[in-house]
Design a protein around this ligand. Sequence first.
Ligand SMILES: NC(=O)c1ccc[n+]([C@@H]2O[C@H](COP(=O)([O-])OP(=O)(O)OC[C@H]3O[C@@H](n4cnc5c(N)ncnc54)[C@H](O)[C@@H]3O)[C@@H](O)[C@H]2O)c1
Ligand SMILES: [Zn+2]
Length: 352
Amino acid sequence: MKHVTVNASKTYDVLIGRGLLDEAGERIRSVCGADTAVIVAGDRVWPLYGERLSRSLAAAGFHVEHIIIPHGEEHKTLETYSHILNELCRLHVTRSDVLAALGGGVTGDLTGFAAATYQRGCAFVQIPTTLLAMVDSSVGGKTAVDLPGGKNQAGAFYQPSLVLCDTDTLETLPEEEYRSGCAEVIKYAMLGDADFFASIQRTPVHKQIEDVIERCVSMKREIVREDEFDTGLRRLLNLGHSFGHAIEHCSAYQILHGEAVAIGMAMITRAAVKKGSCEEETLKQLLKLLRAYGLPTDCAFGVQELYESMRSDKKMTGSTMHLVVPEKIGCCRVLPVSAADLPDWLCAGGAV
Ligand SMILES: NC(=O)c1ccc[n+]([C@@H]2O[C@H](COP(=O)([O-])OP(=O)(O)OC[C@H]3O[C@@H](n4cnc5c(N)ncnc54)[C@H](O)[C@@H]3O)[C@@H](O)[C@H]2O)c1
Ligand SMILES: [Zn+2]
């Protein structure tokens, strides 16, 4: 088992290993004294892992309740969020109880936001079951729901008390979801670790899964320690996301988050090459790696529609967007770009 400690406004552990679901009760007991543990899980994940988690929590002395939510990004909404809050009320959950988010990033973001706001804040733990959630969304305390006007438009910074990544759960993950997680892994490598990039070129992610998750979480830990509230360094984690979020939005969320991030990384690197701040070889290597993991690299949307989506992105500060631009593998920089210049960047990135 691997172990990373995150030092943000709260200090907590991220545990990575096989079979952690069965230890969840004891592990959660060691960080909180709650009477009731409420599992929040999607309708696909609950039948797979709900019973095992419930058993483990009950064996550690928790009174166990559960709330099942519909799966999919289209349900990361105020409606599902208010359903969770109403259920917590109905179950007489108090702020000294604990919520356990069992599932991917959608469940984690929704449960985290519910935990941040229910009775002004109750404890929550993340039990991510997708690769994307293990390497990214379960760590760092960003919680949110989407609004009709855009992704993650309402949310809070709220850290979990513990993160348990049971890598066995990845065995049931659909292939395309696994690929999507690999895009975030490639993002970390591209951002800050050329050795890591070489390592996932050499050895497939699934053959070194615990090491990969530990490396990504450690990188995120460093960034979150410096900039928990996303005013500077943390922007680096948005590599591929400024364009990626717009692509997700334009596709009405039919393109998976990780796939959109893969296209976004390819686009920003293409644009960087065109603008002379990145070598052609870096682009070649990135495209080769993304394709090796079965990820898309081309954008089917137009400059204008992407631009309009980007204007409503909350990462837009005033009329400036901070783009994360690769210089070489393992090194990116944050570049403030005015809204007026975004169409040019999108065009250079290969938007149609
Ligand atoms: N908070 C953050 O810092 C942060 C960071 C990155 C992404 N996100 C958010 O995360 C979300 C994407 O998360 P995701 O990619 O995990 O998607 P997801 O939560 O939608 O899960 C993907 C699908 O896989 C299913 N699933 C999950 N685990 C499974 C398993 N072990 N076996 C079988 N099926 C399983 C789910 O039911 C769902 O249908 C987006 O909403 C994104 O905005 C948040
Ligand atoms: Zn992401």
